[in-house]
Ligand binder design. Structure first.
Ligand code: AHG
Ligand code: MN
Ligand code: MN
Length: 333
C-alpha cells in the first residue's frame, strides 16, 4: 500500500483548495523541526537531555532540559521559515519578532513540549502549535497584543506527538489529517485522511486528585459517570489520565472520549491550568474539525477573546454529547 507524503498532501491542498504556499512552507518547517525534537526525545538519557534545566518559565514552572531545547529548535525553525512575523511560546515571557524588512503573513504560538512530567519516564509527549494571521499589513514588528486573536481566527493548528510512533496531526480548516513519521526514510505519510470523533463516549480523562477543589457542575458530572450502570447515565465508563494533553487529545481523536481540565478552587487567580493560546485553542479547533466540541464550561473555547498571552482557561473537549452535557450543568448553575 502506498501513502501520500505530507508534502504531496500540502501541494494537493494548494491546487484544489487554494492553500497559500507560505502556509505549506510553515507546516513543512514545523514538521521538519519536530522530527529533530523527536530525535532528541528518543535519545533520552543517552544524550544527557533528561532532567531539569534549573530554570523556571514565565509561569513559575520548572523547565526541563528538553523544554528549553525544543523551544530553541522551534523558535529557530519558524522564524527561519521566512513566513513568520513573530512567535510566542509557553516558555518565553513575550513574543519574539523575526528580523524582517518585509511583511510576513503569519504569527505562530507553540507549546514546544507538552507533558513535560512524562519526559523522564518515557511516556508520550508532544509539540502543539497554532498559526494565526499577522494583523499588520506592513513590515511592522508584531507585539504580544497582536497575538490576542480568538481561536476561530486560526489558519492551521495541530501537534506532533512523540510516542511509540511520531505522528503529526493538524487541520487547515478542512477536517483533521494524521501523518505518521516513517523511520525508514524520515518522511511523514498520511495514515488517517479524515479523523472523526463519535458524539458519544465511554471513556473520560480528568485528574481526580483535584476532586475536592472542583466546582459543583464538574462534581455532578463526574459523580454521574462514576455511578456507571447504576446511575442516571445507565452505562459504565472507563478512565485514563496520561498527564499530557497532547496524548489525551490524540487518544480521543483515535478512539473517542472526553478530556477535562476544569478550573478549580486551588488558586482563584488561575481559571484552569491549561493555556488558551498554546494548548486550548489549537486542540479545540482540531476537535471541532473532527466533529467534536470544546468549551470552557460556558462557551466555545474558539470564541474566547484572549486578554493575555499566557492566559489560562478551563477545558472540556471531545465527544459532542458529553461536552454539551457538562457545559449545560455549568449554565444551569
Ligand atoms: P506542560 O508539560 O506543557 O506544562 O503541560 C502539562 C499539562 C497538560 O499537558 C496536562 O494535561 C496537564 O498539564 C497535567 O496536569 P497535572 O499534572 O495536574 O495532572
Ligand atoms: Mn503543555
Ligand atoms: Mn510545555
Amino acid at each position: 500500500m502506498s501513502y501520500q507524503t505530507l508534502q504531496q498532501w500540502l501541494e494537493q491542498e494548494e491546487q484544489t483548495n487554494g492553500l497559500p504556499s507560505e502556509l505549506t512552507r510553515l507546516v513543512l518547517s514545523v514538521a521538519d523541526v519536530c522530527r529533530e525534537i523527536s530525535y532528541e526525545v528518543s535519545k533520552g538519557a543517552l544524550a544527557g537531555v533528561l532532567g531539569v534545566a534549573g530554570t523556571e518559565n514565565v509561569q513559575g514552572e520548572e523547565q526541563k532540559k528538553l523544554d528549553v531545547i525544543s523551544n530553541e529548535l522551534m523558535m529557530k525553525a519558524v522564524l527561519g521559515s521566512g513566513v513568520v512575523a513573530a512567535c510566542a511560546s509557553e516558555e518565553m515571557d513575550h513574543c519574539v519578532p523575526a528580523q524582517a524588512g518585509e511583511r510576513r503573513p503569519y504569527l505562530i504560538c507553540f507549546d514546544p513540549l507538552d507533558g513535560s512530567s512524562n519526559i523522564d519516564i518515557n511516556v508520550s509527549i508532544g509539540t502543539i502549535f497554532s498559526i494565526l494571521p499577522n494583523p499588520h499589513e506592513d513590515a511592522a514588528s508584531p507585539t504580544d497584543d497582536d497575538f490576542l486573536q480568538p481561536g476561530n481566527r486560526q489558519v492551521c493548528a495541530g501537534y506532533v506527538i512523540y510516542g511509540p510512533q511520531t505522528q503529526m496531526v493538524f487541520t487547515v480548516g478542512r477536517g483533521v489529517v494524521m501523518f505518521t513519521l516513517n523511520p525508514d526514510d524520515n518522511t511523514y505519510l498520511l495514515t488517517s485522511p479524515n479523523v472523526q470523533v463519535p458524539a458519544q463516549a465511554k471513556e473520560f480523562a480528568i485528574n481526580c486528585s483535584n476532586m475536592r477543589h472542583w466546582e459543583a457542575p464538574v462534581k455532578r458530572y463526574i459523580d454521574e459517570l462514576l455511578a456507571g450502570k447504576t446511575g442516571v447515565r445507565g452505562k459504565d465508563y472507563n478512565m485514563r489520565w496520561i498527564a499530557a494533553m497532547v496524548a489525551e487529545v490524540h487518544r480521543i481523536l483515535c478512539r473517542g472520549g472526553i478530556f477535562m481540565y476544569p478550573r478549580d478552587n486551588r488558586d482563584p487567580s488561575k481559571p484552569g491550568k491549561l493555556r488558551l493560546m498554546y494548548e486550548a485553542n489549537p486542540m479545540s479547533w482540531l476537535m471541532e474539525q473532527a466533529g467534536a466540541r470544546a468549551t470552557n464550561g460556558h462557551e466555545s473555547i474558539l470564541n474566547i477573546r484572549p486578554e493575555k498571552l499566557h492566559q489560562r482557561v478551563a477545558v472540556f473537549l471531545g465527544a459532542a454529547e458529553e461536552v454539551e452535557r457538562v457545559t449545560s450543568y455549568h449554565t444551569a448553575d
